[in-house]
Ligand binder design. Structure first.
Ligand code: NAD
Length: 550
């Protein structure tokens, strides 16, 4: 199998890239399209060396959804390899945990720069592996840089020992310590190959854990190249182990040996992962699906809301857990908003080029295409109106699907409550904020939501009533997602636990309460009658309440 691929291109590679573009694509038909784009022969072999793969390991091929062509061949780990990865990670972890937090954090600052410096190469790999448009790939570069910076700057504070008021003020001196969990097992999904492979591992590492990571099979090249950069940034050997393989076997093997489980994927798989973790009494963070709503109120800036809706619905062709699949429109502005929105949707530029300028790329796989088609055909057959799109675009690539807007969706249709995870949005009309909140909350999920209004206090009020882990006011998803100091994650069926902020690192630690007792203990002092002691203790409780002690 050769590590070679031909797809249309228009971007340039920079020095040091592992991929090359001979010349920009000439104008003309978009597919089939010259010139050749080459993932250098040997890329798979080089990156594959970072994978834990023993003598019994097999191989897996990495394929691009843009053409269906083979990108590279990489090793495929066995369950024995997963065990070996844990053994090395466990051996390396104590020394890593002894490394000062500042030194651990400095690696993230170096990675921050390396990711930005190598962005062209990473953007190519992300596009090739996921099929998404370059601007959506760039979201991942920004995300990783933002997470690096945040935890590099804040880890020391998050992990610092904290003094608390002791049981007996002054005499009980209580300190909370944070210890790493040990080895964190991470199963990452395919939809954000760079972000999802790195951003959950980084806080785990800075907290002093070792990590065993299983990136998705559709994200291996991006994941392995970014891990090469993490190594270059100074991560010591063995602290981060990588295994490759499918979810049900290798992914499950990673999670079942973990001291803490970090899983991102669908709700059904998440439920199984949580059950297994609960049986072992280890903690788990689950980032799962969503059926996210954007409410456009009657006082919203409709042009800006329409621009935002385009991004929020169609980023990564809707294969984004926090993307908007329900547009909830105040009836007073619904028609005017739709004029703006549909105008934008109809003029979106789609294409497979590894270049800036496209508004949307491809779906990632035949399974994703089939899922999107099933949702749209089901809705159409049950009476929904297709306001835009509603068809595959095979002329652009095997899994391209048109940006699609549905109206008249009812609860008999699959796309009413089920996550489509594709470029499909349904339109609903409401007559009040209250109705909008009820509709937004009428889902088992609770991941992300958006509210558009010129009245910020109104936006905050509505946001606080929506049962979602993140709510954006006057943005669709990016504002809350990229605010790395605030927690992000799902309520309801959208998950357990949070990434980002304090919760995003403290979940990878065990808290410990060390309290030193001075002078007098808790026993009844010798010679003091029990009743007198109880009266004195009650008095001290009342005094503490009076002076405001907690
Ligand atoms: P999926 O649950 O089928 O697979 C997700 C990942 O889990 C894959 O990498 C898969 O290989 C792995 N996996 C499968 N079975 C496993 C098992 N038994 N043990 C361990 N790992 C296993 O989901 P999918 O359809 O591939 O991904 C899309 C879903 O992921 C959507 O529901 C989307 O919303 C969700 N997602 C959520 C977030 C988030 O941050 N909340 C981010 C990305 C994707």
């Amino acid at each position: 199998m050769t590590d070679q691929l031909t797809v249309p291109v228009g971007a340039r590679a920079s020095a040091g890239d592992t991929v090359s573009h001979p010349t920009p694509a000439p104008a003309g038909p978009r597919r089939p399209s010259p010139p050749p784009y080459v993932v250098g022969p040997g890329l798979g072999e080089r990156l594959g060396r970072r994978v834990m793969a023993g003598k019994d390991a097999g191989t897996q091929v990495s394929v691009t959804p843009l053409t269906g062509g083979v990108l590279a061949t990489v090793p495929s780990s066995t369950t024995d390899d997963v065990r070996a990865a844990y053994a090395l990670a466990r051996a390396a972890q104590p020394a890593w945990a002894q490394t000062p937090v500042g030194e651990r954090a400095a690696i993230l600052l170096r990675l921050h720069d390396l990711i930005l410096d190598h962005q062209n190469e990473l953007l190519d790999l992300i596009q090739l592996e996921s099929g998404k448009a370059r601007r959506h790939a760039f979201d991942e570069v920004l995300d990783v840089a933002g997470v690096c910076r945040h935890y590099a700057r804040k880890a020391n504070d998050y992990l610092a020992r904290r003094r608390h008021l002791g049981a007996i003020p002054v005499l009980s001196q209580s300190v909370e310590l944070r210890h790493p969990k040990g080895v964190v097992g991470i199963v990452a999904p395919w939809n954000y190959p760079l972000s999802m492979s790195l951003t959950d591992a980084l806080p785990a590492l800075v907290a002093g854990n070792a990590v065993v990571l299983r990136p998705d099979e559709k994200a291996v090249l991006t994941a392995l190249r970014s891990i090469e950069l993490l190594d270059e940034a100074g991560l010591p050997p063995d602290v981060l182990q990588v295994v490759l393989g499918d979810g049900p076997h290798i992914g499950a093997a990673v999670l079942e040996q973990a001291d803490y489980v970090m899983f991102t994927g669908s709700t059904p798989t998440g439920r199984k992962v949580a059950t297994d973790a609960a049986a072992r009494l280890v903690g788990a963070s689950l980032e799962l699906g969503g059926k996210n709503a954007m409410y456009v109120a009657d006082d919203a800036n409709l042009k800006k809301a329409a621009e935002c809706a385009e991004r929020a619905v169609f980023s990564s062709a809707g294969q984004l857990c926090i993307s908007v699949e329900r547009l909830v429109l105040h009836e007073a502005i619904a028609d005017e908003f739709l004029t703006h929105f549909l105008g934008r949707v109809e003029s979106m530029k789609l294409g497979p080029e590894l270049a800036w300028g496209n508004d949307m790329g491809s779906l990632i796989s035949p399974e994703q295409l089939a899922r999107v088609q099933a949702h749209v055909e089901d809705a159409r057959s049950k009476g929904a109106t297709v306001l835009a799109g509603g068809k595959a675009l095979p002329d652009l690539g095997p899994y391209f699907y048109a940006p699609t807007v549905l109206d008249g969706v009812t609860d008999q249709m699959m796309c009413r409550d089920g996550e489509t995870f594709g470029p499909v949005v349904s339109v609903y009309r409401v007559s009040s904020d209250q109705e909008a909140v009820a509709l937004a909350n009428d889902t088992a999920y609770g991941l992300n939501a958006a509210v558009w209004t010129r009245n910020i206090p109104r936006g905050r009020r509505v946001a606080a009533q929506i049962r979602c882990g993140t709510v954006n006011v006057n943005e669709g998803y990016a504002a809350a997602w990229a605010s790395n100091g605030s927690p992000m994650g799902g309520m309801g069926q959208s998950g357990i636990g949070r990434r980002h902020g304090a919760e995003g690192i403290l979940k990878y630690t065990e808290s410990q309460n060390v309290t030193v007792q001075h002078v007098t203990g808790f026993g009844i002092p010798k010679g003091v009658p029990e009743k007198a002691w109880a009266t004195a203790m009650s008095g001290s409780m009342r005094l503490m309440k009076k002076v405001g002690l907690s």
